[in-house]
Design a binder for this molecule. Structure first.
Ligand code: ADP
Ligand code: MG
Length: 730
């Protein structure tokens, strides 16, 4: 067989790993003092140095003489500064002024409230200034421009490195050190990517990329260099994820579940799942059918499933999860559903019990036929606050009397053992790391030594490229269709006087027999955070605008009993309006509720608002969501407008990623561990699937990278993540 991606004679030269072993002070011109300066920038080794990337570049071909530049446009001016002076304005503001001379004409630089500029500009002479050129009386002027110190460097493209005051190293110290490195220490950097890949994806060689990113002759060269280096970063990440996935398969022994009626030639129609499906008062959407089919396909194999189900709010993921768990039950095994909080665990428990109780009462005969017994499918709830009942439930899980156990992640802790666990469903409202998932997975492995299947559900969708990174070790299914009969929710952002109209509409809707929610951000009034507390708000509404209605209050500090009572009353239409905190975010399902008012909506993120809004629009009647907010912050405005515009969770997720950056994707721990220095999952999103394709091909042919020891070494050494390093140690 011809290998595409390995066995190719690779280039000779110094490896990145070798650079990590050489301290910075071995470079000519870097003594103990200067090396301390480099250390302060986080640069200890030659690898740190070559990956200390420029923050930006000055393109001298685009510099403008002041007199020829267009007004009100961003320009770069190279010149010298002089006459730096500080004065204090009326009202206390500090003003620093200086003159910039470009060899022909002059321009005034003005800085407000940047007193430190006085010192900075007094110490330098040659600078590059970015900013908008304006005319002020008869002078040219730039206000608060960006100033880079250029030193005496020549060249067309000048890299500017990130600096810190403390470091005592200048941007040209770095430049000089890199020059010594490339000219005297490293004649050539080795490339760990095969040529075929470089050709296929139009990438330049690594040696060329590292040289060009620091010493470019044109901006085009910088672009090509960055493209290669960004590809490498994303590729290393994808390679570890894909390899991890391959290892699950290699090292594990799964359970071949009975997935009737979804696959195989079996005509046995008395399966539990068939009976359950015929007991439903509706049929599955095409998307649900497809996703359950994908799950069935996985579960039937004796290779453990590792699948993520993504779907918008209300797309019917709970039902998909239940059907998967029933595959396990009809195979004579148990399933566990793990939720991130107790409240959510209770809600899942309720909705599963609801589906199943309907089923057993409606179609007990079909069920008995299947199991040859009178007992229905038993769902059990195990949470920390269970008290004495906990022992009993634990025992029922051990004996197998409970078929489906619902709980928080503590469910897979010590002390709870299953008779025979076939499937673990993880509801990830807040994203777990890859590591946390593997801990859960290993705990799921019980007495028989078989690995249960794993299904991960997300409450809110995340963009495809992000999913490929955060959930890159999983296969992905998408429930991309809502059940029929939903009317789109009309969303309006109101502020000031017009907020009243939301409450008027609520009164009207209740008069017509409808119900509604009022959501407030906090439980108790806090002086620090100017948010309305649910308790205060409840009092205000009860005695004020909504005095004529039946109001209920629900927040996270109430006991489960109290919450259940209120929820039941709302469900049974004994209450018109539920005033609540975000405890109603997930799982609450009352189709008669058609109006939601969210107060201080700017305090919530896009995903959370979308999730909250998903509580209405569940019935046939048109639904409305009012976002009340003054929203003076710019980002809040964009968020609220996005919600007005769209109710598509995938679109909103893209928007959220754009607005907030990758922080939303990686948890803090993961962020620290990933080695993305140049790559951005937002800006470089099209590179993610490309790098994944290469990773998949390489791992398919060579799962342990034994034909590519340099690449293996690179990943092992450059990833700080213990778990990922472990992957390639074997
Ligand atoms: P999600 O968990 O994806 O937000 P749910 O599982 O809570 O969605 O489903 C939302 C509502 O839609 C529930 O009331 C559920 O019973 C109902 N539902 C699910 N699937 C269907 C379907 N195929 N046809 C009609 N209603 C459905
Ligand atoms: Mg299986």
């Amino acid at each position: 067989m011809e290998h595409m991606y390995d066995g190719v004679i690779r280039s000779q030269g110094t490896t990145l790993v070798e650079l990590t072993k050489i301290p910075i002070e071995t470079l000519k011109g870097i003594g103990p003092t200067r090396s301390k300066g480099f250390n302060a920038l986080g640069v200890y080794t030659l690898y740190d140095l070559v990956t200390y990337y420029p923050r930006r570049y000055i393109d001298r071909t685009r510099q403008s003489p002041i007199t020829e530049a267009a007004l009100d446009r961003e320009i770069v001016v190279l010149g010298t500064v002089s006459e730096v002076a500080t004065r204090r304005l009326k009202g206390g503001k500090m003003l620093v002024e200086a003159r910039l001379f470009d060899g022909h004409s002059r321009c005034k630089l003005v800085f407000f409230n940047q007193a430190w500029r006085q010192r900075q500009l007094s110490h330098v002479k040659d600078v590059a200034v970015f900013g908008k050129l304006q005319r002020f009386r008869s002078d040219f002027q730039m206000t608060n421009p960006i100033v880079d110190t250029v030193g005496d460097r020549t060249g067309i493209v000048v890299p500017i490195y990130p600096m810190s005051e403390k470091a005592q190293v200048s941007t040209w110290d770095i430049h000089r050190a890199l020059k010594v490195l490339f000219e005297e220490v490293v004649p050539k950097l080795q490339d760990s990517l095969p040529h075929k890949v470089l050709d296929e994806f139009d990438l330049i060689e690594r040696d060329n990329a590292f040289r060009s990113v620091h010493f470019a002759d044109s901006i085009d060269q910088v672009v090509a260099a960055r493209r290669r280096l960004i590809f490498d970063e994303l590729f290393r990440l994808q390679l570890t994820l894909v390899a991890r996935k391959a290892r699950y398969i290699r090292d594990s022994c799964g359970i071949a579940h009975d997935v009737t009626p979804f696959m195989g030639a079996s005509l046995r129609d008395e399966s539990l799942v068939s009976a359950f499906l015929s007991s439903l008062s509706f049929s599955l959407t095409r998307a649900q059918m497809r996703v359950v089919g994908e799950i069935a396909n996985d579960m039937a194999r004796d290779i453990p499933m590792h699948r993520l189900v993504q779907g918008d709010v209300g797309s019917g993921k709970t039902l998909v999860a239940l059907l998967s768990m029933l595959f396990s039950v009809q195979s004579g095994r148990q399933a566990a559903l793990l939720a991130p909080t107790e409240v959510l665990a209770e809600q899942h428990f309720l909705s599963l019990s609801h589906y199943l109780s309907e089923f057993v009462t409606r179609d007990n005969s079909a069920y008995s036929l299947f199991q040859g017994s009178e007992r229905g499918v038993n769902v059990g709830l195990l949470t920390g606050s269970l008290g004495v009942k906990r022992k009993k439930v634990t025992e029922q899980i051990r004996s197998g009397e409970i078929d489906i156990a619902v709980g928080t992640h503590a469910l897979l802790s010590e002390g709870v053992s299953f008779r025979s666990l076939g499937l673990v469903v993880i509801d990830e409202q807040h994203r777990f790391g890859v590591d946390q998932r593997s801990v859960l997975r290993s705990r799921g492995r019980q007495g028989e030594g078989l690995d249960p299947d794993t299904l991960v559900m997300t409450a809110t969708p995340i963009p495809r490229t992000a999913a490929m990174t955060v959930y890159g070790d999983l296969d992905v299914s998408v429930v991309d269709e809502l059940p029929p009969g939903r009317t789109p929710i009309k969303t309006r952002w109101l502020s000031g006087e017009s907020e009243k109209s939301a409450y008027e509409h609520l009164l009207e809707a209740v008069r017509d027999g409808g119900q509604g929610y009022v959501v407030c951000p906090l439980v108790e009034g806090s002086e620090k955070v100017v948010a309305k507390s649910a308790v205060d708000e409840f009092e205000r509404l009860r005695t004020g605008p909504l005095a004529s209605l039946r109001l209920g209050l629900m927040h996270g500090q109430m006991s489960s009993d109290e919450k259940d009572k209120v929820m039941d009353a709302f469900r049974h239409y004994e209450l018109d309006v539920l005033v609540a905190t975000t405890v109603i975010e997930v799982g609450v399902d009352v189709p008669n509720a058609t109006i939601m008012i969210i107060e201080d909506a700017d305090r919530f993120g896009i995903a959370q608002l979308h999730q909250l809004r998903g509580r209405v629009g569940r019935g046939k009647k048109a639904s409305y969501c009012y976002l009340l907010s003054k929203a003076d912050r710019e980002q809040a405005e964009e968020r609220l407008k996005a919600l007005e515009r769209s109710s598509d969770g995938f679109y909103l997720a893209e928007k959220d990623l754009e607005l907030r950056g990758e922080g939303t994707i990686f948890g803090t721990k993961q962020r620290g561990n990933n080695d993305l220095k140049l790559a951005s999952l937002v800006r470089d999103r099209e590179v993610v699937p490309e790098s994944r394709r290469v990773a998949e091909k390489i791992i398919a042919e060579d799962p342990t990278l034994s034909f590519n020891p340099e690449l293996k070494e690179e990943i092992r050494e450059l990833f700080k993540d213990e778990d990922i390093r472990y992957l390639f140690l074997g």
